[in-house]
Design a protein around this ligand. Structure first.
Ligand code: HEC
Ligand code: HEC
Length: 209
């Protein structure tokens, strides 16, 4: 079921009250500037989110960005619902479904050109040092340059919000989010302390960038 994008504001507001969140989203699909403003209402200026639950999307590779949106569109990755003040809950899956392939290409181009700016986060230096050793052994092969290189579809980890990354680990381990087999093998056996060490390491590299 799809709703018309030309509904008036009052009808939309009525819908927002009456229907589940998935039907209440009004994603701008015409004007690119409005679309970017819509994304940045959650993902922050230039995609550098100020909200620990919402990932930074600046500086990703074009391919990685495009593929992620496609995976959301197909429902192969199920995003959390997220609440913007004064608005109904929204999920990335519904947003991605409403965008044309051309708009997603434009967004991928736009955000791959914004610099990734790491937020300040609390870091336990000792844990971070342990995390670096684990990273070099198990993760550097795909997440190059200490997790800071946006190679193709492997995401930027260095400086990404810790609460967001922690949730992704939970999703990978519980099977909620697809994970490349080689990566799953490496994270499956990790004790919780090692995952926390990796998270501290990525937060610390972010702040050195
Ligand atoms: C209502 C808030 C909200 C809006 C609006 C929003 N997003 Fe998101 N976005 C999120 C949340 C929350 C996540 C994390 C989902 C998860 O945990 O899996 C996310 C995840 C993403 C990711 C995946 C990042 C990664 O590291 O894997 C991309 C890419 C993305 N959004 C792009 C966009 C674009 C482009 C737009 C505008 C068309 C947009 N988002 C609009 C909340 C939002
Ligand atoms: C074989 C290559 C490979 C290895 C090895 C690997 N990863 Fe990944 N990782 C990927 C790919 C590809 C993705 C993107 C997955 C997707 O969304 O389809 C990813 C995504 C992630 C994400 C999600 C990032 C986001 O923004 O949502 C985290 C966290 C992560 N990896 C952590 C690790 C850690 C920690 C290790 C080492 C223990 C590791 N990976 C080893 C390939 C790898």
């Amino acid at each position: 079921m799809k709703h018309s994008l030309n509904l008036t504001l009052s009808v939309l507001l009525a819908l927002a009250l009456a229907l589940p969140a998935a039907f209440a989203i009004d994603v701008p699909t015409g004007d690119f500037v409005q679309l970017v403003e819509f994304c940045e209402g959650c993902h922050g200026k230039d995609g550098n989110s100020q909200t620990p639950d919402v990932p930074i999307i600046a500086g990703y590779s074009y391919e990685g960005f495009f593929n992620t949106m496609d995976v959301f569109r197909l429902g192969d990755r199920i995003a959390i619902e997220f609440h913007r003040p004064g608005e109904p809950e929204t999920v990335m899956n519904e947003i991605a479904k409403q965008l044309s392939a051309q708009l997603v290409r434009d967004l991928a181009d736009y955000y791959s050109r914004r610099p990734f700016v790491a937020p300040r986060q609390d870091v336990n230096a000792e844990l971070a040092r342990r995390g670096e050793i684990i990273h070099n052994r198990l993760c550097e092969k795909c997440h190059n340059k200490k997790g800071a290189h946006p190679v193709n579809d492997a995401a930027i980890l260095a400086g990404q919000w810790t609460p967001y990354l922690r949730r992704q680990f939970d999703n990978f381990l519980s099977g909620k989010r697809f994970v490349p087999r080689t990566m799953l093998r490496r994270i499956k056996e990790l004790p919780k302390e090692d995952i926390e060490a990796l998270l501290s390491f990525y937060a610390s590299v972010g702040m050195q960038r």
